[in-house]
Design a protein around this ligand. Structure first.
Ligand code: APR
Length: 316
């Protein structure tokens, strides 16, 4: 028997639109072996996507194994779990409308994750994000440093893209951060937004920035209206950036939904804040100096998140 160290293992809980794209990206970036998990009624989809992607890897020359399953035992020993289990939005629905449907699903996932993958770093994508990641951590009794939610990277990417298009500059040079809850009152932090060090306000008028902020806040909904279901390419890429920072100990500073214990004045709440992600999980929560206007927006966003968390807590 070989005693060489095995590859990393990434379990993707939910083999739908985002799950499939996550598997493709993990294989392409050679992050490790991938397990695509779904409920028994959808195991054919999980297995089929896994097979298609392994054949794709044969062309690309990637050796990672990709398997589909509906048996949690196959996820045992995973280094990373990325959770998309649940139902996505349909046109006209808000993320909060999903709570009743996705809450029992997240509880089922939390129980199984605790049993089979107690040491994994967990990234939650299921919506309503801030409440689902809170419940997963609470229900599973996980170390909060090992459980994060993916929203800020995606919302910041949308914001950066719209700013870059408006200023007619490369998106690579835009530094933008969107904090707070993953809802319509998310907080684009203009005081920390630059185009390679140049304040965005020097290149874009206030009126246009305001329009871009509005479009960013409704960025997910814009896609739901067009496609009839929610986005999957950019959400998957966002979560893989977070997984990679953990697996490769990159210590990237990324906006993630993290468990707050007094930071920014909030306690016992998950919300988007800048964090350093490394081998220790959430190694640091960075506290930015916000303007009074930004603090007010963050308070409004926190109140919305708290409202849904309270609903979740009541039904515990
Ligand atoms: N365990 C595992 N998987 C589950 C469970 C469960 N208990 N319940 C449902 N699923 C699976 C579904 O069978 C489906 O294959 O989750 C998958 C979700 O895939 P899609 O419907 O394609 O949804 P997707 O677009 O991937 O979004 C998933 O992420 O962004 C959020 O709002 C979005 O909550 C939604 C989630």
């Amino acid at each position: 028997m070989s005693n060489t160290k095995s590859r990393k293992k990434i379990a993707l809980i939910g083999a739908g639109n985002i799950g499939g794209e996550l598997a493709a990206l993990c294989a392409h970036r050679q992050l490790g072996d991938v397990v695509l998990f779904d409920i028994p009624g959808r195991v054919g989809v999980a297995k089929g996507k896994a097979l298609d992607l392994e054949q794709n890897s044969a062309i690309a020359g990637n050796d990672a194994k990709i398997t589909g399953t509906s048996d949690w035992a196959d996820c045992a020993g995973s280094d990373v779990l990325i959770i998309t289990a649940g139902i996505p939005r349909k046109p006209g629905q808000s993320r909060d409308d999903l709570v009743a449907i996705n809450l029992p699903i997240i509880r089922d996932v939390a129980d199984n994750a605790k049993k089979h993958c107690p040491d994994a770093f967990i990234i939650v994508i299921s919506n309503p994000l801030d409440a689902m990641v809170y419940e997963l951590m609470r229900r599973g009794g996980f170390d909060a440093k090992k459980v994060v939610g993916m929203a800020g990277v995606l919302d910041s990417a949308r914001f950066s893209l719209f700013l870059a298009r408006e200023a007619n500059v490369s998106v690579k040079d835009v530094r933008a951060m969107v904090l707070g809850g993953h809802g319509d009152d998310m907080v684009p932090v203009m005081s920390a937004c630059t185009i390679n060090g140049v304040r965005a306000g020097e290149l874009i008028s206030k009126e246009r920035i305001d329009a871009i902020i509005t479009r960013t806040r409704k960025g997910g909904g814009e896609i739901v209206e067009l496609m009839g279901t929610s986005a999957y390419y950019a959400p998957a890429t966002s979560a893989v950036a977070m997984a990679e920072s953990y697996l490769l100990d990159q210590k990237r500073l990324l906006p993630c939904a993290a468990y707050l214990t007094g930071e920014y004045g909030y306690k016992d709440l998950y919300m988007g804040v800048p964090v350093v992600l490394g081998a220790g999980g959430v190694e640091k929560i960075v506290e930015l100096t916000l303007t009074d206007e930004e603090k007010t927006m963050l308070a409004k966003s926190a109140k919305s998140v708290q409202g849904i968390v309270d609903v979740v807590k009541k039904s515990a």
